[in-house]
Design a protein around this ligand. Structure first.
Ligand code: MIG
Length: 618
């Protein structure tokens, strides 16, 4: 990779953001100067040429092939910056983390600004909860060369592959062009190089790879225990039950509601006997309450975010007016992490971070004011500059605090918001989707692009969060979701319950069978998680990643690979009992019947409600 820093006027802070791991390998670079350009050539690696007059740059491979072909570079009066680079009809774009739409991002424009989007996630929504400013440019045909551009700017940025037919644009509102070009040559190499830059996921505890059941909210001890017992009675394999915001005392984090959960230790003991883990939600907002020790200590020690003029930033969230920890301050982050001893003392080993964009109810921006200052160890940043890092640094503090308290056991953290590098600390779920067939279909490209963007451990709310799910939708979504890296059914308050048994015996049996399949595949899944920790490659993959030369798969995202060897083709529409499936070159076996099928063609798969078409590479 090569890092390129472009700035207007005063030289900026050259430190990297916390997204990038310290790089230790020294590389010899030779510099050449001609009348037109400066040229830097890394031994055996890439070369960068900078136009002396216009500042425009291009990046080349050692063999002279052009990767990033700079076209234009300018700053507006408001100091926002735009950089454009060449593309053509063979160009395809991937990555960008958690975005709406299909696998291929050509013809789209997206922004990076972590946002709590309760409205339906439709193609018009340009920013969701995660911001991963990694764009992968892949050219089909010919050499099939791929490279990545990572814009390490945690402020508001945009990627525009729509407006012009022959160039794409990268924009930064803060004018902060801190770019890394990742040279490939293959797509897999880009993904691996990006992992070398921003990190690989740690191995999760095995239970976190199991099926997980959630609800906003299981309202009290009795309800939690009855869900657990029903799972066991009905032999639905399940490892985890979630506690949403009602477990807390008036939404104060690190507390229990004394009426709903009068005996949390007793409840935890019973759940443990039945083999369940419990993952409680922890939001960043700390209730402003002079009788609440967490708030008082945070104010006294100066751990909360402050406005430029010095007063604590207070925003309304579930607990009412609340303060927000400044996770860029190491002391504050350590304090927050250590507070989790409260949960560890109850036998809890996993934490669910929500609302950490951060989402704020009463500000016009729906988030923290952009003039809040993050201390960042004496190198302060405004919230406008570092907004997209807030959620990741919360999950980092949580992960590290849990690791300190768990004495060698692997912690599990689930997060809604994140930035490049989030994979080092947390799994990601894709937020408030809906019980729409369209959202089942969209969950596949979303998880696939998250995987290409470093986040291997991801998944949607199976069955959909808001709106009412039909049994047929829950059956189909569970079939697909059983093979997603993160596998959790979750539903919103005021929607009908969505556990596998609420739609009658047929749907229940289908859920049992497919969640059972997940557990039968556990050695394979576990190995894929291990592979992700060592290479950074995703667990579920677009066919494109394994068959980049196959023109049929460039935007194929109604089917996916689990690792290299299993191909799933879920049903994504109601009342559908057959579908076409593309089998890539080679021989494939129908997982259910053992029938041998020649690849490199479309086949018609029969798929009654009990069947999700599934194939094994011969
Ligand atoms: O304002 O904690 O995305 O999963 O159930 C809503 C309640 C807050 C949003 C999360 C959702 C969770 C809900 N939360």
């Amino acid at each position: 990779a090569v890092r390129i820093r472009l700035f207007f006027g005063v030289a900026p802070d050259l430190a990297t953001t916390p997204a990038v791991l310290p790089q230790t390998k020294a590389v010899a670079v030779s510099l050449e100067e001609t009348a037109r350009e400066y040229r830097a050539v890394a031994a055996g690696g890439v070369a960068v040429a900078v136009d002396r007059e216009r500042g425009i740059f291009s990046v080349f491979r050692a063999n002279g092939e052009t990767l990033f072909a700079g076209v234009d570079l300018f700053w507006d009066r408001d100091r926002s910056a735009t950089l454009t680079a060449g593309m053509d009809e063979d160009s395809h774009f991937y990555g960008l983390g958690e975005k709406t739409g299909f696998l291929g991002k050509k013809g789209e424009r997206y922004e990076m600004w972590n946002s709590d989007v309760y409205e339906p996630h439709v193609p018009d929504i340009s920013a969701l909860y995660q911001s991963i400013p990694l764009l992968i440019h892949f050219r089909s045909g010919g050499t099939g060369a791929a490279y990545g551009v990572f814009l390490d700017d945690p402020g508001r940025t945009a990627f525009d592959m729509r407006t012009s037919p022959d160039r794409y644009a990268i924009q930064s509102e803060n004018g902060n062009l801190d770019l890394y070009v990742l040279e490939g040559p293959t797509l897999k190499d880009v993904v691996k190089r990006y992992a070398g830059l921003t990190g690989k996921p740690p191995m999760p505890p095995r239970w976190a790879i199991g099926y997980q059941q959630s609800r906003y909210s299981y309202m009290n001890e009795e309800e939690v225990l009855s869900i657990a017992r029903t799972m066991r009675e009905k032999r639905i394999p399940c490892d985890v039950i979630y506690l949403d915001i009602h477990y807390m005392d008036e939404y104060r984090v690190f507390t229990w509601d004394p009426e709903r959960f009068p005996d949390p230790k007793g409840m935890m003991r019973q759940l443990k006997e039945m083999g369940f883990r419990v993952v409680p939600i922890v939001d960043p907002g700390v209730k402003q309450d002079p009788k609440y020790p967490v708030y008082v200590e945070g104010v006294r020690e100066g751990y909360f975010c402050k406005k430029l003029e010095g007063e604590t930033f207070i925003g309304n969230v579930w607990p009412g007016p609340s303060a927000f920890t400044d996770y860029t301050d190491d002391r504050a982050a350590k304090w927050w992490g250590d507070l989790h001893q409260f949960y560890i003392d109850h036998g809890i080993e996993g934490i669910w971070n929500d609302m950490n964009e951060p989402s704020v109810f009463n500000t016009a921006s729906k988030t923290m004011d952009v003039d809040v200052v993050h201390a960042n160890g004496g190198n302060p940043k405004t919230h406008g500059e570092w907004h997209n890092l807030y959620g990741m640094l919360m999950s980092k503090a949580t992960y590290e605090g849990m690791a300190r308290g768990l004495g060698g056991e692997r912690p599990f953290v689930l997060t809604r918001a994140g930035y490049a590098g989030i994979q080092r600390y947390a799994a990601v779920w894709t937020g408030d989707n809906r019980s729409y067939w369209e959202h089942l279909a969209m969950s596949i490209p979303m998880v696939l692009n998250l995987g290409l963007s470093g986040v291997a451990f991801a998944g949607p709310d199976i069955g959909g969060f808001s709106h009412h799910a039909s049994g047929e939708l829950v059956a189909r979504w569970t079939q697909a979701g059983a093979l997603f890296p993160f596998c959790r059914n979750h539903s919103a308050i005021d929607t009908p319950h969505q556990e596998p048994w609420v739609y009658g015996e047929r749907v229940e049996a289908i859920c049992r069978e497919y969640l059972g399949l997940r557990y039968r595949l556990m050695p394979y899944l576990y190995s894929l998680f291990y592979e992700a920790t060592s290479t950074g490659l995703p667990i579920v993959r677009p066919l494109l990643l394994e068959y980049p030369e196959d023109a049929n798969v460039a935007n194929l995202c109604d089917q996916f690979l689990l690792g290299r060897d299993l191909l799933a083709a879920p049903i994504l529409r109601p009342g559908t009992t057959a579908r076409s499936v593309y089998l890539p070159e080679g021989e494939w076996l129908d997982f259910w019947t053992g029938e041998r099928l020649e690849g490199g063609r479309f086949v018609l798969a029969q798929a009654p409600l009990e069947v999700m078409p599934l194939y094994v590479r011969a």
